[in-house]
Design a binder for this molecule. Structure first.
Ligand SMILES: NC(=O)c1ccc[n+]([C@@H]2O[C@H](COP(=O)([O-])OP(=O)(O)OC[C@H]3O[C@@H](n4cnc5c(N)ncnc54)[C@H](OP(=O)(O)O)[C@@H]3O)[C@@H](O)[C@H]2O)c1
Length: 298
């Protein structure tokens, strides 16, 4: 199969498209013919070497967690889907013509593979983090970093549940955030004042998506530190905020994402790239200002 591979850490150009052995699904896993593979920031963090303590991986690596496509083989114990079914989900080595999913849901009919691939990790993450805010169908939620992958989905889900949302973003994304149902404000210095100008009593909870605002600034807006839920500010784990890093069983959240996609409740804007343009896509993701998602079509 063709895949985007790298054998040393570094700039996006370390990624090259080459032939690689076909992967095999393990127990509980499925192998898909990939029709969409989305890019997440963890991908460029791995590729750059910032998460590694060696100069090069032990063997050539294929990265990418999110995929959508047609099942071509199932691992031991898989009985809920069969060869030929269309699924999307979270797995490994997704930047390729074939990829393994370890958690998956059926792709709704009428939703294309690109949209499904775009929604997998960000949908699971947004559902998990929103669950930790303690807000259910009402309340004021500040989403810090609302226009990227996780933020877009979090705004849509929160607004759909009935929450009132302020979302931060670059000025160029404010109309977009409004279109999702949030009140947009800029992030950066003075954030607390901008929030209190709209909500003098402050938010009931904060979802820190970007991990860029000092935890103390967000904690000062809410009743207690654990009213701040972050997926990215692991450097301030001692501040008392809640940090969350991946669910053990992602299947239930993916089935919720499938229901939301089927109901038209997620409209994440997507920019697509052929596999050969992986370096361009990685550079955009790494710049940190993507609106919605970037998806490869291998
Ligand atoms: N813990 C977990 O389970 C988990 C899961 C998924 C992702 N993550 C992490 O969560 C982070 C966000 O992921 P993502 O997929 O949403 O990334 P993304 O698609 O690249 O979006 C990044 C967002 O950050 C915003 N941003 C940039 N600088 C900011 C600042 N100083 N203050 C506030 N917002 C700022 C951008 O807004 P503008 O474009 O408007 O400037 C953009 O909306 C990444 O670090 C990722 O690794 C963690």
């Amino acid at each position: 199969m063709r895949a985007a591979i790298f054998d040393k850490y570094g700039e996006p150009e370390v990624l090259t498209v080459a032939q690689a052995p076909d992967p095999e699904p393990g127990p509980g896993e499925v192998l898909i013919a990939v029709r969409g593979a989305s890019i997440n920031p963890i991908d460029w963090k791995i590729r750059s070497g910032m998460l590694a303590d060696t100069a090069a991986p032990d063997e050539p690596m294929i990265i990418g967690n999110d995929g959508s496509g047609t099942v071509v083989a199932v691992g031991e114990g898989v009985t809920d889907v069969a060869v030929g079914d269309e699924v999307f989900g979270i797995g490994r080595a997704g930047y390729a013509e074939l990829a393994v999913l370890k958690a998956y849901a059926r792709k709704p009919t009428g939703v294309d593979h690109v949209a499904a691939a775009a929604a997998a990790t960000v949908g699971e993450t947004a559902i998990r983090a929103l669950g930790l805010t303690g807000l259910d169908t009402s309340g004021r939620l500040l989403i810090d970093g609302g226009a990227g992958g996780v933020g877009s989905v979090a705004v849509e889900i929160a607004v759909g549940r009935g929450l009132t949302v302020i979302a931060t973003g670059s000025p160029a994304n404010h109309d977009y955030l409004r279109s999702l149902g949030a009140t947009p404000i800029e992030y950066g210095p003075g954030l607390a004042g901008r929030v209190r100008a709209i909500w003098p009593e402050g938010p009931d909870a904060v979802f820190d998506v970007a991990g860029q605002t000092p935890a103390a600034d967000l904690i000062a807006l809410v009743a207690a530190p654990d009213r701040v839920v972050s997926i990215a500010n692991f450097a301030e784990a001692d501040s008392g905020i809640q940090l969350t890093e991946g669910a053990r069983d992602q299947g239930p959240a993916l089935r919720q994402v499938a229901d939301l996609l089927a109901a038209g409740g997620l409209r994440v804007p997507v920019r697509t790239f052929p596999l050969d343009e992986i370096a361009t896509a990685h550079r955009l993701s790494q710049d940190g200002h993507v609106r919605g998602k970037l998806v490869l079509e291998p």
